[in-house]
Write a protein of this length. Structure first.
Length: 222
């Protein structure tokens, strides 16, 4: 289901149904995310269906965490006590390091079972493009993004047979890809980030309460 948010382009009476072209991801964007001083604060509270691990510690009181942590977070799936968890980090480099360590150290079968995903490690034979889907389990409308490209505003990316819908607040699952992929809950790759490391899909973003939230997306191409 698509929603609107303050500042989204409502369009004109005669809607232009031509897709916005994806844009090339700037070489310095990843570094900028780590150093960017966020002034917007966090747009939403976190209540995932799986345990939340913040900077290495399990969060027992989500209400307190949501009240105290006001800056955007960098998130990815983790294995905690042999089970699926959502890792949230205040430092993006720490998030990347933990994701790399887990995907490097874990055996493929254990990784798939714990992450509730389909994984290929190393991912060299996978497609270079990532596809995102309207529904869980890679079902429903689909839109794909090639390596090194992204959409800074998914409201400009049209959806459906006649192009009368768009992709903002719609994505519920992601395909496997040879490269890292990120979703963001604000325009222009701002706000909270959900990071999918190369090699594994994300069949159900709802497990992390990330379904129907993406506003911008990046296929890092690395």
């Amino acid at each position: 289901m698509s929603h609107r948010f303050p500042g989204a382009d409502e369009g004109s009476a005669e809607r232009d149904v031509r897709d916005a072209d994806p844009v090339r991801i700037a070489d310095g964007l990843a570094g900028e995310l780590s150093a960017r001083p966020e002034h917007t604060g966090r747009r939403r509270e976190l209540y995932p269906d799986v345990p939340l691990v913040l900077d290495g510690e399990v969060v027992d009181d989500l209400e307190r965490m949501n009240a105290e942590v006001t800056r955007p977070l960098f998130m990815t799936r983790l294995i905690h006590n042999s089970s699926l968890a959502l890792g949230a980090f205040t430092d993006r480099k720490a998030m990347l390091s933990e994701a790399r360590r887990m995907y490097t150290d874990a055996e493929e079968g254990m990784l798939e079972a714990a992450l509730e995903a389909t994984c290929t490690q190393p991912p060299d034979a996978l497609p270079t493009r990532v596809c995102f889907f309207e529904d869980i389990d890679e079902q429903g409308d689909v839109k794909c993004v090639e390596a090194g490209l992204g959409y800074p505003d998914l409201s400009k990316v049209h959806r459906g047979f006649l192009g009368t819908g768009d992709w903002i607040f719609v994505i519920s699952s992601l395909s496997r890809c040879r490269f890292d992929v990120s979703l963001f809950d604000l325009l222009e790759w701002h706000g909270d980030e959900f990071f999918q490391p190369k090699g594994c899909n994300t069949p159900d973003l709802g497990r992390f309460r990330w379904n129907d939230l993406a506003v911008s997306i990046a296929n890092w191409g690395t």
